[in-house]
Design a protein around this ligand. Structure first.
Ligand code: SF4
Length: 473
């Protein structure tokens, strides 16, 4: 997509904009089985250690605490003001890191660390430093590792940002959501614009290499005008990356959302108009569209990774570093090692209890479900990754990597893609396909063509994706 957005008509949105997975993994977490145990994760780590060139590592730590609830939130978190809970959490995290890291060969380096949540900055600076030390005591961190955390701008000071940079953090992402005070009050997340501006400046002065900001559209009281103002003010602060998430109102699923009155929400047309005008503003301001809901300045590492084809999609969204095994710690966190996905117990107390138990059942870890991908899953994951990250699919390279005949193997999918070509979402060229600028706005719908689980569920008429996934657009 250049620096103007192609028009996308209502009919295409009605046809392709329905619910769909975000494809942070394939198969998606919905396919995880409770039969999956931590032993499969350990076995995958050992197998990886014995590869000719063992994969390096990415580490994700889920810090599940928040001081107050944001009403739109669908994350796994514990609302608390307890000052001792951070220490309790770190004691259990230490057990988890020790037990898992014991199975990692010492020549495998950590190239990426991300602290997400919840609110990682719920922990005080000493606790965050302890957490990093815990990782470096048990795993080898590469000198040039990307070390990032999510911050709530209300819970860290400019001095705190300098101290975080001193510990080695070099990327941050900040949840802003909206700068309009009325919207902020309606979602119980109030902070002034000056605070955000000051934090971004402080982070830059402290040496953070990439600053990312999250905004949400579809929140109560938002109008086209109010969000255009927020976007203009945000663009003026020039974050390196900007994510624009679609608020999915699912009060039956997320209790906090019951505090949001449905009558205050913008209607579907307004939401779509907000998304399109925001995209126009971002593209006009020089941001590049990365995919899904992500934008970045051309010189940012993510935009460069997209340009050179090295960008991947994983549980944290789009990422610059592929071919890493992901070790994940904390409640609900999902590890991906080789072809195994292993998710921890969701609930904080249950996670603590599993780690505190002296039994060696489940390898002393808190894994509660997961799966091991088949060769077919891996093939489809690669195809979906190419669609989500590269905007193109080269049949010959898929054949070379997976030893298949593409046209034979994907005959049904190629048939389905004819309709998408007719509707202008993709264009076949030679033995491959390219996603058009219109299709770039409907990536999930294109990827879904290759999702055999969705098609199997549809043919059994058990597909309930309306409840399971957010809308594509
Ligand atoms: S949006 Fe973030 S800070 Fe707010 S309640 Fe959810 S996890 Fe906590």
């Amino acid at each position: 997509m250049g620096n103007s957005r192609p028009e996308i008509d209502d009919q295409l949105i009605a046809k392709y904009g329905g619910p769909g997975p975000r494809y942070t993994s394939y198969p998606t977490a919905l396919e995880f089985s409770v039969e999956h145990r931590a032993e499969a994760l350990i076995a995958a780590l050992h197998a990886g250690n014995h590869e000719l060139i063992p994969a390096d590592l990415s580490v994700y730590v889920h810090v599940p605490f928040c001081a107050s609830p944001c009403f739109y939130c669908g994350c796994n978190k514990v609302i608390t003001r307890s000052s001792s809970i951070g220490d309790e959490y770190l004691r259990h995290l230490a057990l988890e890191v020790q037990r898992l890291a014991a199975h990692v060969a010492s020549d495998r380096k950590v190239r990426q660390i991300h602290l997400g949540g919840g609110t990682p900055t719920f922990l005080n600076l000493e606790q965050i430093e302890q957490l990093l030390t815990l990782i470096s005591d048990h795993l080898v961190i590469a000198l040039d590792a990307e070390i990032s955390l999510e911050i709530d701008p209300r819970s860290v000071t400019a001095d705190g940002l300098h101290r975080l940079a001193g510990m080695g953090f070099n990327r941050l992402s900040m949840g802003v959501q909206d700068l309009d005070q009325r919207v902020q009050q309606a979602v119980n997340r109030v902070h002034g614009e000056q605070l955000i501006d000051a934090q971004i400046k402080a982070a830059r002065a402290a040496g953070f290499a990439s600053i990312s900001v999250d905004l949400i559209y579809g929140l109560p009281h938002q109008t086209r005008q109010s969000f255009a103002d927020t976007m203009a003010r945000m663009i003026a602060m020039r974050p390196d990356r900007l994510s624009l998430f679609n608020y999915a109102h699912m009060p039956h699923k997320f209790k906090a959302q019951r505090q949001i009155k449905a009558v205050d929400l913008p209607d579907a047309d307004t939401k779509l108009a907000i998304f399109h005008q925001s995209m126009d503003q971002l593209l006009a301001a020089g941001y590049e569209y990365i995919g899904m809901d992500h934008f970045a300045l051309p010189e940012d590492a993510l935009a460069r990774a997209r340009q050179d084809g090295s960008m991947v999609r994983n549980f944290q969204g789009y990422s610059t570093l592929g071919d890493l095994d992901l070790l994940a710690f904390g409640p609900s966190a999902i590890s991906q090692v080789g072809d195994t996905f292993s998710q921890n117990l969701h609930e904080y107390r249950a996670w603590c209890k599993a780690l505190a138990a002296t039994s060696t059942d489940n390898a002393g870890l808190a894994v509660m479900r997961g799966l091991t991908r088949s060769a077919e899953d891996r093939l489809r994951a690669d195809v979906i990754n190419a669609i989500m990250c590269r905007g193109a699919l080269d049949f010959a390279s898929v054949e070379a990597a997976h030893n298949i005949d593409f046209e034979l193997h994907f005959a049904a999918e190629l048939e389905r893609l004819q309709t998408l070509q007719h509707d202008g979402l993709i264009r076949f060229s030679g033995r491959g396909l390219r996603i058009t600028p219109v299709g770039q706005q409907l990536l999930r719908a294109i990827a879904m063509v290759f999702d055999s689980y969705i098609h199997a569920a549809r043919s059994r008429q058990t597909d309930n994706s309306v409840q399971r996934f957010s809308r594509v657009i």
